[in-house]
Design a protein around this ligand. Structure first.
Ligand code: ATR
Length: 278
């Protein structure tokens, strides 16, 4: 008897998640008779869920807000980047029920930039705006990719300092008030907004790009709307822009491969499908 492979995304709330759309698209495309479902799991029920799911035929799960950090005590094995980031977005269950964790947010971010802005000048400093969990994952990937100088700016400077401390003080902290300053921007190769500013219902990121070098690429992890006010400004100034949707698509690739054994492709068709679901 062949067992139908199952996977899920766990979060709370979970109805907004786009992950079922893309994983089920790939299951159909690669002719795999499996299912990927959203499951609403409160933090206090996470241990119970992770105990049960491997016994019910699940190959693994994605973990999303607010469980990415809460999952850490339940993990048996983790990649170095999970240790560094302190959060996981992908779990795979071994045949004995052990939980192996990875965090692919940063590599999804990097793949999105490499695919859509291959001419990005990697020898230039990168400016990361924000100092939360997303910034931590992205900085980890940028460091692993060999980026020499990473600048960070965050509204709450203590949080930027804590993040810098976690990266052995290798980051350069810019003051929030200096976000648009010539000194901050003139030699930057890539600007990344990792805050929620610019998202539907949130104020825009108040930043002036006039001191940014013409070759600099600007990207945003926000993808609702697809073109945030920051990306609109960058585009109008002639910068290459990369929207945040590709990060979501690319972070899912290693998960699908780990559970279902095929490395899926990120295509325009997939992008349009996800966009058509609002
Ligand atoms: P995530 O895991 O998505 O990164 P997070 O850990 O809550 O979420 O981090 C949110 C980031 O957005 C932080 O850098 C936060 O800045 P603070 O550390 O000062 O809170 C930033 N952010 C959210 N709302 C903001 C606002 N209105 N103005 C400036 N920064 C904001």
């Amino acid at each position: 008897m062949t067992i139908t492979p199952l996977a899920a995304v766990l979060g709370h709330p979970i109805s907004h998640s786009k992950s079922p759309i893309l994983h089920n698209f790939w299951l159909k495309k690669y002719n795999i008779h499996g299912f990927y479902i959203p499951i609403d799991v409160a933090v206090e029920d996470l241990g119970f869920a992770l105990n049960a799911l491997p016994k019910l035929g699940f190959k693994g799960v994605n973990i999303t807000v607010p469980l990415k950090e809460a999952v850490m005590p339940h993990i048996h094995h983790m990649t170095d980047r999970v240790k560094m980031i302190g959060a996981a977005n992908i779990l795979s269950f071994s045949s004995s029920g052990e939980i192996v964790a990875d965090n692919t947010d940063g590599i999804g971010f990097l793949k999105n930039i490499q695919s859509n802005a291959p001419a990005w000048l990697i020898d230039r400093p990168v400016l990361v705006i924000g100092a939360g969990g997303a910034a931590r994952a992205i900085i980890t990937a940028l460091r692993d990719a060999g980026i020499g100088e990473i600048r960070i700016a965050n509204r709450t400077s203590e949080r930027a300092q804590r993040l810098n401390h976690a990266f052995n003080s290798e980051l350069h902290i810019c003051q929030w008030e200096e976000l648009s300053a010539k000194e901050t921007l003139h030699d930057i190769g890539l600007v990344v907004n990792t805050t929620s500013l610019g998202m539907v219902g949130q104020p825009p990121l108040n930043m002036n790009l006039s001191h940014l070098n013409a070759n600099a690429v600007v990207t945003d992890i926000v993808y609702t709307p697809l073109q945030t006010p920051l990306l609109k400004q960058a585009s109008e100034r002639g910068h290459q822009i990369v929207d945040g949707l590709g990060m979501l698509l690319h972070q899912a690739v290693p998960a699908f491969q780990s559970w279902f054994g095929i490395q899926p492709e990120v295509t325009q068709e997939l992008r349009e499908l996800v966009l058509s679901h609002g």
